[in-house]
Structures are given as C-alpha cells and as structure tokens.
Design a protein around this ligand. Sequence first.
Ligand SMILES: C[S@@+](CC[C@H](N)C(=O)[O-])C[C@H]1O[C@@H](n2cnc3c(N)ncnc32)[C@H](O)[C@@H]1O
Length: 377
Amino acid sequence: MGSKSKIMGFLLEGINQVHDGRAICDLFSGSGSLAGAIGQQTSVHSNDIQTYSGVLADTYNRVFRDSETPTADDLIAAATEIVMKRKFKVSTDYSKEMSLTEFNQIETQQKKFIDAKFDYNWHLFAKCYSGTWWSYEQCLWIDALREVAARFEKRPIYPAIISSLMFAMAYASQGTGHYAQYRDAKTESSFRDIIIYRKRSISQYFRRKFNDILEYAPTDPVTKNHRSTSLDFKECLGVFEGGTVYADPPYCFVHYSRFYHALETLVLYDFPQLQIQKGSVVKGRYRESRHQSPFCIKSQVAGAFADLFNGIRKSNSSLVLSYSNTGMISLDELYQISRTALPNKKIEIMTIDHQHMTMGRKEDRQRSVKESLLLAF
Ligand SMILES: C[S@@+](CC[C@H](N)C(=O)[O-])C[C@H]1O[C@@H](n2cnc3c(N)ncnc32)[C@H](O)[C@@H]1O
C-alpha cells in the first residue's frame, strides 16, 4: 500500500535535483522500493517505524550468497521435519467437497486455538491466526519456516528467508491484500473463493520467491554501507549524519500498523498482547501496542510535518517529500509550514499526473494533480 515503485522515475528526478553526493535516507521506507531502485548505485539508510520494512530493504541490498547459503529445498526439508513432529489439533482436507456450513464449523474450531495451550515454543501463528487469513495447517507452516529462519538470523541470507515467507503469506492469505480484516464465508460465492486460498501451499510460494531472490543475490559481500533502522522519523533524523532525505509519510487516516500487523508479528515473533474489546480479542487480531502515526491523525498532521522540516534543518539535509492530493493536509498548508521551518532553503514543487505520467512543474495547479514532490535544498 502506497509503494512508490510505479512513479520511481519521477521520484529519482526529484532526488537527483537536490542530491549533493552525501548519504541518502529513506525516512519512511515501507516496501523498500527506493532501496531496491538505487541500492546498486549508492548507499541507502532505510528507516520505517515498522520492523518488517527493514527486512525488505535488507533483502534488496544486504543479502548475498556464500558457501553456507541453504537452498529452498534445505529450508523446506527442515520445516517439513518440524511440521511432521507437531501433534495436529485438526487436519482438514480442503480438496474434499464440503458444504458452507461444514467449512464454517472448521473455521470456528480453528479460531478457538487462540485459547489453546501448545506444548512447543514456535506456535504463534497457529495460536493467533488459525482460521483467519490462514488455515491452521498454513499457520503450522508459517511457524515452522519462521523457526527455520531463526537458525540463520546472523547470516546474510536471513532477510531473504523472511521476505520469502512474507510473500508466501500474502499469496496464501484469504484477505484482500492486507491484514486489516479477513473475510467471512457468508455466501456460497465467498466460500468458494476463500477455499482457493485455503488450498494454497505456503512452502510452494516460499520456494518460488526464495529461488527468485537467490537468482539475483550477489555472491560477494555487499560493499556499500546500507543500513536499516526501525525508528520514529524524529529519532532517525536525530541520528542521520546529514545528506538527502526522501520522505514519504502516510497520507491518509489509515494506519499501516493496522494493515500489516501480521508482517510485524512475523518479524518480531514476540507473542504480542492482542487488542481486546468487550472482553474478547478484536476480529483483526491487532497488536495491542501497534503504532499510531501522527501523519494519520487530523489534529496532529500539521505538527508532524513541522517536526519533519525541523529535523531536516537540524540535520543539515536536503529534502524530497512525496505528497499526494488525497492527503490529510493541503499542499498550500504544507508549503507554508516548510517555509517557516526552513527559511534558508529553496523550496520547489514538482508535480506529476499519475494517470498520464507527464512530468512538469506547476506550482499553481497543485490540486489538479495526483502526486507531488516538495523539494527543499
Ligand atoms: C506511504 S508509506 C511509504 C511507502 C514507501 N515509500 C514505498 O515505496 O513502499 C508510509 C510509511 O510510513 C511509516 N510510518 C508511519 N509513521 C511513522 C513514523 N512516525 N516514523 C517512521 N515511519 C513511520 C509506515 O509504517 C509506512 O510504511
């Protein structure tokens, strides 16, 4: 959600305009699209409050193959061994004909595993997510591959293993591309659709992505000084040595932490307290302490941008700020805040018509465009 990969050319044009050869920081790196686009040419400090983002950026830029790198077969064999050892709470054959009622009975039973006791440690997904975005069996596989990944935590291949698992989770999920809400099988047609995802194999999708990554991974250690951090943007600007900051903060009221909490939990694997409402776990099974971004809260958004511009001034950096006209603040207001906080900088607005991909500078007609860049240098 919000990946800038489709307008990367526009973004790079903005960055080239202000870049003075010093370091580059992607302050809200999300899917790591900038790290992926320029990481071969220059070092990138990728930062995002969500930890999974750093894993994606590291997959682009810090993974390399060495003589000890496992193959997909090695990893899947190790996970198979783990899955086989588990005492199955249920076993469901989703390829067999079943009615909507039968299916929903199984789903209800699996959802109750949240209250079950497990006699082994790596059971977070089986406990918290069975019968939601994934079936119990798919959760067993997610837990098993995560357990195998942990054996490689200190090795350069680790981010690739976790990213491949994120990929498999996404393709097997019965949700709509994120983890805010899973679907309920209320009708025959939604049941038929959900079952397509229940039949998907986590290990097969994992294999596909892991092999893709291995094909592209370099065989020598990466010499560029890439970094990834999971700091709040203010803290990150406090430690950034100064250079060019690309900032793509959230632009609407939806919190990323609500959409991608399951990825965060996969990476942290920390058995979080889940949000409770009226005595029971809320349907989305969100992490209790998930981050609420000031950029997504109407009363805080102007202050958050002021903090961002002040951090740019203090770190003596240039800024490329993405702005979408679906945002929570007008471009005029943003411009005024930047003028006050950065009195000694030149401020320019670049705009792009996202649909037609025609680039230009149209300071007066910001509202008619979809995407803009505010440059401060
Ligand atoms: C629009 S997305 C960035 C998308 C990214 N440019 C890409 O191409 O994938 C905004 C990101 O800001 C992060 N974020 C929200 N509040 C933050 C904060 N206070 N500090 C750091 N990151 C934050 C979110 O986790 C989300 O990944």
